[in-house]
Design a binder for this molecule. Structure first.
Ligand code: PMV
Length: 309
């Protein structure tokens, strides 16, 4: 039996703007993971079972235009290694909530690609794996910036600029985030498309907003590297206001952000594609219970705490 895994992620700064070349910052959430377990398949052939979806798929390596992320992942690994499909049964399961901006799709693909490459004895570099998962992300997201696959594959805090080599971030002083789920699923692809429409219809104003996000992300990097958490929180809240103007927040997200700030969070913002999904709040250890209670009262269906270190 061979096992592999990959973490969830949250975007701290710069989502959406990152699509236009603005830097963004994302961190892995190592306590939430997708797992892949490979065992010999007595009936022959390569089979993948998505345990959480109760779905089993046979993999045909020669099939073209497959609109399925799991089969595409396996195909890309086997084509990269130039090897035939092995007689394996791979089971996938995940503790990462789906469709909520925590990178569940990219994490499942990463875990699957890792277990399959180990099983066939092919060493996948981080760089090649990152490229494979990026190709798979295109199935769900259309034109992803690449931030999700990068932070998940490398499992390190990243300062990400589209199309440039990975830059990892040093966390000077660990900090604590509460992640809260609106319970409303939202398609990143649609929010990204709406920002594109805004950009095309009013380029001057939209570019102004994107430049303001860029300033915030650059300052946030310095705060993370110097441990200035008070300013970091303020920048998060400012980034949220710009995301509102980019039209990707929602009533539910705004309510959670306001509730967190009202209960003493240092800063708060939506995280990821927006319109639904998750928000994050930077908290002091002394007030995590108050912020958590306020988030639940304001409608969060699920919360969890993660340490960024
Ligand atoms: O919804 P998520 O967490 O997958 O975030 C997507 C981040 C965006 O910046 C909105 C899109 C992208 O491709 O970077």
């Amino acid at each position: 039996m061979i096992e592999a895994s990959a973490p969830a992620k949250v975007i701290l700064f710069g989502e959406h703007a990152v699509v236009y070349g603005v830097p963004a910052i994302a961190v892995p959430v190592s306590s939430l993971r997708a797992y892949a377990i490979a065992e010999p398949n007595s009936i022959g052939g390569l089979q993948i079972t998505a345990t959480d979806l109760e779905q089993t798929l046979p993999v045909d390596i020669s099939a073209r235009d497959v609109d399925n992320a799991l089969i595409t992942t396996a195909q890309l690994v086997l084509r990269t290694a130039n090897l035939p499909a092995p007689p394996l049964h791979i089971r996938l399961h995940s503790s990462i909530p789906m469709a909520s901006g925590l990178g569940s799709g990219a994490a499942v693909s990463t875990a699957l690609a890792r277990v399959l490459s180990q099983a066939i004895g092919y060493t996948l570099s981080h760089e090649t794996l990152n490229h494979i998962v990026y190709e798979v992300e295109k199935i769900h997201h259309g034109t992803p910036s690449g931030i999700d696959n990068t932070v998940i594959v490398y499992e390190q805090p990243v300062y990400f600029v589209r199309g440039t080599p990975i830059q990892t971030l040093d966390i000077n002083r660990p900090f604590t985030l509460i992640v809260a789920d609106t319970g409303k699923g939202a398609l990143t692809r649609i929010a990204v498309g709406d920002v594109r429409k805004l950009f095309d219809s009013d380029r001057v104003s939209t570019e102004k907003l994107l430049n303001q996000v860029a300033d915030i992300v650059v300052q946030a990097r310095t705060c993370i590297e110097t441990g200035n958490l008070e300013t970091l929180g303020r920048l998060m809240t400012q980034n949220h206001a710009l995301l509102q103007q980019l039209t990707v927040s929602s009533k539910e997200l705004d309510q959670l952000v306001d509730a967190a700030l009202g209960a003493g969070a240092i800063g708060a913002k939506l995280s990821g594609g927006g319109r639904g999904g998750n928000m994050i709040a930077l908290i002091r250890d002394s007030n995590h219970e108050a912020v958590n209670n306020a988030l639940i009262k304001a409608g969060a269906v699920r919360t969890f705490i993660t340490q960024v270190r």
